[in-house]
Design a protein around this ligand. Structure first.
Ligand code: 9L3
Ligand code: MG
Length: 136
């Protein structure tokens, strides 16, 4: 089998006190524009997944998260033509600061059993049942 590029991305289910989950719409001009995703992004060289998530959550939605408040929940995996995406999903219920769309993206707080109403990238869709089991 030919070598295939493995891309590591980390994502977070941010859960509020009403058990709603934050999703963000990918902006125009980016890959998968218009689809709704659990916030996160690619690991930079040398980063641990938790460090990536803390950085991305601050960059994208302005919040400060302590590493102890990030708990791993499951993994997503999806094979594209030119790379394989592996994406751990963390859950976070405590953070500091207000959630704000720092990149102009649309944000939505959604109950886990309504997440299927939002078109998502293929890697994110199989994560929904895990969130339903946990939160509904
Ligand atoms: N991706 C999929 N679901 C997510 C995230 C955060 C990312 N919840 C995919 C989209 C891109 C790749 O991972 O193919 C890298 O994401 P970005 O760096 O373009 O945000
Ligand atoms: Mg991102």
């Amino acid at each position: 089998m030919a070598d295939i590029k493995l891309t590591l991305v980390v994502a977070c289910a941010l859960v509020d006190t009403d058990k709603r989950v934050l999703i963000a719409q990918r902006p125009e001009g980016k890959a998968l524009a218009g689809l709704w995703e659990f916030p996160g992004g690619k690991l930079e060289p040398g980063e641990r997944p938790e460090e990536t998530l803390i950085r991305e959550l601050h960059e994208e939605i302005g919040i400060t998260v302590k590493e102890a408040c990030l708990a791993p929940l499951t993994f997503a995996s999806h094979g594209y033509d030119s790379f394989h995406l592996l994406m751990p999903l963390y859950i976070c219920r405590r953070w500091e600061g207000d959630v704000i769309a720092r990149e102009g993206q649309k944000l939505a707080w959604v109950r886990a059993n309504k997440l299927r109403d939002y078109p998502m990238p293929p890697a994110d869709i199989p994560l929904i049942p895990h969130l339903i089991d946990l939160l509904i």
